[in-house]
Ligand binder design. Structure first.
Ligand code: DLZ
Length: 161
């Protein structure tokens, strides 16, 4: 097996005590995004992340996650970024433009390879679907975002070692 083989680790084996995280949170649909943030913070704490190693910044809406994450990466202070937003379908095509814009631009930031950006944007048809995903029947997706961020930092570190 190659020495570059990425080692799979179960969630309970992930130690993130020396990792730094940036979290950019959209204020639109705050009743959802703040719960996702809470889920992410709880999960990071479970894996030993120090409070001072987490930078949380807010932007007005999901569209501004693009600039927020790009600037967070440029600042060079974190090992991974979690973008948290919630876009709820409305009566106009706005939903599609925001979702496409954010998804494509965050994808580009990932392929630029500066730091991994975790896509924590719920794109849902209604508020009920969002509530199910931020602490309801389907759990809190914020926890998954945090785990993905830890795993991506490990991925980058293993490539460098
Ligand atoms: C304008 C708008 C609308 C209609 N819906 C949402 C939404 O469901 N979720 C979200 O995060 N942001 C929404 N926004 C705001 C845009 O993301 C953005 O903040 C504005 O278009 C200003 O650039």
């Amino acid at each position: 097996m190659s020495s570059l083989y990425y080692q799979y680790r179960a969630a309970n084996e992930l130690d993130a005590s020396d990792m730094r995280f940036g979290i950019v949170v959209a204020e639109w649909n705050q009743q959802i995004t703040e719960r996702l943030l809470e889920g992410a913070l709880n999960e990071l704490q479970k894996h030993g992340v120090k409070e001072q190693s987490i930078t949380v910044m807010h932007v007005p809406g999901s569209f501004e996650l693009i600039y927020g994450c790009a600037e967070m990466a440029r600042a060079g202070l974190v090992d991974a970024i979690i973008a948290i937003g919630c876009v709820i379908r409305g009566d106009t095509p706005h939903f599609d433009y925001i979702c496409q814009g954010v998804t494509q631009e965050l994808a580009k930031q990932n392929s630029a390879g500066r730091v991994p950006v975790i896509y924590g944007v719920l794109t849902v048809n209604n508020e009920a679907q969002a509530l199910e995903r931020c602490g309801g029947q389907l759990g809190n997706k914020g926890e998954e975002y945090a785990l993905s961020a830890i795993k991506m930092i490990n991925f980058a570190r293993e490539l460098k070692n």
